[in-house]
Design a protein around this ligand. Sequence first.
Ligand SMILES: Nc1ncnc2c1ncn2[C@@H]1O[C@H](COP(=O)(O)OP(=O)(O)OP(=O)(O)O)[C@@H](O)[C@H]1O
Ligand SMILES: [Mg+2]
Length: 235
Amino acid sequence: MTEILNIANLQAWYGESHILHGVDFTVNAGEVVTLLGRNGAGRTTTLRAIMGLTGKRSGSVAVHGVETTRLPTHRIARLGIGYCPEERGIFSSLSAEENLMLPPRLKGGDKAFSVDELYVMFPNLKERAHSPGTRLSGGEQQMLAVARILRTGATLLLLDEISEGLAPVIVQKLAEVIRALKARGFTVVLVEQNFRFAAPLADRFYVMEHGRIVERFDQSQLEEKMSMLNEFLGV
Ligand SMILES: Nc1ncnc2c1ncn2[C@@H]1O[C@H](COP(=O)(O)OP(=O)(O)OP(=O)(O)O)[C@@H](O)[C@H]1O
Ligand SMILES: [Mg+2]
């Protein structure tokens, strides 16, 4: 198994606030891994720390074996990471297609989707290609945010709460997309509050609490872990 991401004793701060207290986890090529946790557990901060978007951080984050804790964000992204933040970052003054074309293609990104392929995967976006970002529904904006990172050729996807607040039909569509990406060899870290969305997709699960990983298990152990998860997350 090829390790795509190896995080060891990752600590992170926002100003004086010490948020991550030694996070450890690994993600192998082609896996879908989900990070579960209560509000404020530190899941978004973990993704931001991987990208170098927190304040100070320490410990180790290796991406394809390259230590990244000293690299600036744009260099980290160039290692093939596509980060989809919770706030999506769709530019309201640009059309859907202009948003899609915004981030540059990564060098050697041979898994990059073409715009045509993305329009096959997300037919709604094709219809909305010339609408301004603000005119898109929440679901369309979320699809656009995901499509945009696929166009870059990133193969390690960090997705923060992509199902949040969306209609069931869109959530189902996003689940299909993640399955299709996994089938094409992409590696996905899913941060999700929506357990029912994440559970069937994930090969492995990590549970965070107070800036640490407190539980780890794989899909085959899901049933026996349900009472713990229920207690922890109310799922
Ligand atoms: N910019 C910031 N400055 C200071 N503290 C922050 C900042 N962002 C988050 N925090 C704090 O860090 C902790 C972890 O927040 P984080 O956003 O990582 O949680 P989370 O697991 O993603 O939860 P959720 O998305 O459900 O709120 C929280 O206590 C939060 O208040
Ligand atoms: Mg969050």
